[in-house]
Design a protein around this ligand. Structure first.
Ligand code: WT7
Length: 658
């Protein structure tokens, strides 16, 4: 494990940043959160979480709040029973809000759909009935591989309604990535679309499913939504159209209550090895924390706010802050299908203006992209409806934070910088708007009910001003309940580093400032953060070496002004190929190959052909030195290299950089 080190744009000025922005009196006066939350949570954590669980409708009330006797496997709200989809949909209809808009959906080409809670209830019920007709049973897994169409949300909720388990796979992942995820979870049904719009053009999606499912015996049916009218191959008996099967169903379905610890979803995320981890989340605790955080961190007022989270449902942010938290809280939200610059760079602001979006939640990489596109673009639109702004995915550099505040938030909307992970299920560290004075670049402090600390190598909390590792020292309701099918990896990855102390090791470096506020400093493992997406160096290396021209590969995350980190690969080509193909062609082929193996998001920004890789005597690649090269720095200490001249060879002989 390396010490957290400065990682470029996200961290410039971080050490000198000292501005704070207190909430306005008007905001504070109307805020959902008050400082009492902190007092209540520290007075009695269990009672605090019990009160939060009362946000939900339970069929059977729980007994114990937390059973931690089999740590690190938690049970929250023990014995309680509920239906998640009922909580996100039906109960709002029953309380008289059936006509409230749940989703203002905006398609990339400009088509629109307005979905009320009445509509949502009918669509989810039909989809649930359709899945039953296809033989889906409680506990079965369903892979969802879809763009941001309303049916993706209907599908997620229909699966949850039946007590089956969804595994959403980002539609930007390759057929191969989809195949391994379907296989790992033995999914029975795959839900997809014929195609998806990408920057104005329809591209096929079903073809990737065909390729994946040809090798996954667990799949009995592929349910296909028609979105782009793309040509599709059809396997009779296996493939069924959504408009045939779902539309024919009854729009009423009676939800059954499931145990509080019933599995809800699996979501794969990159770890330090090449194999993605299937993070498992369950029902009662997850929904409690998703709803509680969404209510307080975004200050949601269900009767008046229009909320928009720009994430994709393929990531955990889409699960917790498009689907579960917001819908449990009876949100009215915008869901946008496309990219932010289709057909023009003001698309997001045009949507904010049209729908009067009041809460906007996005990622630093996109904020930096907006900065690059120019201040004049948001200035053309009326953004005065915006009153809370959120950030997630990576540390936000103070420059981007200030720009966000000034140019999007009119110098007054509070910014909530929310730290959490796929594993934590919901927000863990964030200022509470209206309560905490915000600081550009800092996620600040654990939410009421959450325990987080910065500790040193020995697990001892560091003093204010000190740095070390971020740990979570108390179980939390939305915590992962394991890695699908791999208990040992679950214990090893998160619970072995500080086993004696019983801390969850998050994998992030962090520090306290003089006020005791937490600043996140990036990953301390071999995981890169590219545009807020976690990608493991090993995964990209395995993809590269699976190409016939590559003998060896080493990958590092180099600081990148827009994406936070960019993927930089160093490759040794096989004898014979090296001379003829070290140019642009070979590199292009390798980038395409990585896209095919993992997905376009994993394409290296840069591939450098090198004669050797720096290794220790025991054969471990010293990525630290490659990172120096990738970031154009003086190469650091080379004394532990087996051959200390290797770095000279690499630096002087670099050719074929793209
Ligand atoms: C990793 C988790 C949580 C949804 C999106 C990413 C980094 C996330 C922040 C933040 C600094 C952040 C961490 C974390 N991260 N939010 N506000 N400030 N870093 O989920 O793919 O599971 O990645 O993202 O490094 O460990 P994920």
């Amino acid at each position: 494990m390396t010490q957290p080190s400065g990682q470029g744009p996200a961290l410039d000025n971080l050490h000198t940043e000292s501005r704070t922005f207190p909430p306005s009196a008007e905001f504070a006066a109307q805020a959902n959160a008050t400082s009492k939350l902190y007092d209540d949570a520290s007075a009695d954590r269990d009672a605090f979480w019990a009160a939060q669980a009362d946000r939900l409708d339970w069929d059977t009330k729980w007994g114990q709040v937390l059973d931690w006797s089999e740590a690190p496997f938690a049970k929250w709200f023990v014995g309680g029973k509920l239906n998640v989809a009922y909580n996100c949909v039906d109960r709002h209809v029953e309380s008289g809000h059936g006509d409230q808009v749940a989703i203002h959906w905006v398609g990339e080409p400009g088509d629109k759909r307005t979905i009320t809670y009445n509509d949502l209830k009918r669509e989810v019920s039909k989809a649930a009935n359709a899945l039953v007709s296809l033989g889906l049973e409680t506990g079965d897994r369903v892979a969802i591989y879809m763009p941001m169409v309303p049916e993706a949300i209907f599908s997620i909720l229909a699966v949850a309604r039946l007590g089956a388990t969804h595994s959403v796979v980002f539609a930007g992942f390759s057929a191969e990535a989809l195949r391994t995820r379907i296989d790992d979870a033995s999914a029975k049904i795959v839900i997809t679309t014929d195609g998806q719009y990408r920057r104005g053009k329809p591209v096929s999606l079903k073809a990737a499913v065909d390729e994946a499912v040809a090798q996954t015996p667990s799949v009995t049916n592929v349910l296909v939504v028609k979105r782009t009218e793309s040509d599709v191959d059809w396997v009779e008996g296996r493939d069924v159209w959504w408009h045939d099967v779902v539309d024919a169903q009854s729009d009423s379905h009676t939800p059954e209550a499931f145990d509080s610890e019933h599995p809800l979803f699996i979501l794969y995320t990159s770890g330090t090895t090449g194999k993605p981890k299937g993070i498992l989340h369950t029902t009662g605790g997850y929904l409690t924390q998703a709803a509680y955080t969404h209510h307080n961190v975004f200050d949601l007022k269900p009767d008046t706010d229009v909320y928009w989270c720009t994430a994709d449902i393929g990531w955990v942010t889409g699960h917790s802050y498009i689907v579960y938290g917001p819908l449990a809280n009876r949100v009215t939200q915008v869901v946008y299908e496309g990219t932010p610059n289709t057909p023009h760079e003001g698309r997001h602001w045009e949507i904010v203006q049209e729908y009067g979006v009041s809460i906007y939640y996005t990622a630093p990489t996109l904020i930096r992209t907006f900065m690059k596109w120019g201040d004049d673009i948001p200035a053309k639109y009326d953004l005065s409806s915006l009153r809370v702004l959120g950030s997630v995915g990576e540390p936000i550099n103070p420059e981007a934070w200030i720009w966000y505040r000034e140019h999007i938030g009119a110098g007054k909307a509070p910014i909530v910088d929310t730290w959490w992970q796929t594993e934590t299920g919901a927000i863990m560290i964030s200022p509470l708007p209206g309560v905490i004075s915000t600081k550009p670049g800092s996620a600040q402090r654990p939410l009421p009910g959450i325990g987080a600390k910065v500790v040193d190598e020995q697990g001892v909390e560091v003093a204010h001003g000190g740095g070390g590792y971020l740990v979570l020292d108390q179980p939390w309701p939305a915590m992962l309940r394991g890695i699908w099918g791999d208990e040992e990896r679950f214990r090893d990855t998160y619970w072995s580093r500080f086993a004696e102390e019983g801390f969850y090791f998050a994998g992030d470096g962090a520090k306290y400032d003089a006020d005791g506020d937490i600043w996140l400093l990036g990953r301390v493992d071999d995981v890169m953060n590219v545009s807020g997406h976690r990608i493991s160096t090993t995964e990209v290396e395995s993809a590269l070496v699976s190409h016939p021209t590559v003998a060896e590969a080493a990958v590092v995350g180099a600081s990148d002004a827009t994406t936070g980190q960019g993927i930089v690969a160093f490759v040794i080509l096989r004898g014979g190929v090296a001379d003829s193909a070290s140019g642009a062609e070979a590199i292009k082929a390798l980038r395409e190959h990585v896209a095919k193996e993992i997905g376009p998001i994993a394409k290296p920004r840069q591939i450098m052909v090198v004669p050797e890789l720096p290794k220790t005597r025991s054969g471990k690649i010293m990525r630290r030195l490659l990172k120096d090269v990738a970031e154009n720095r003086q190469v650091g200490d080379v004394t532990t290299l087996a051959d200390s001249s290797v770095m000279d060879l690499i630096s002087s002989g670099l050719k074929g950089s793209s």
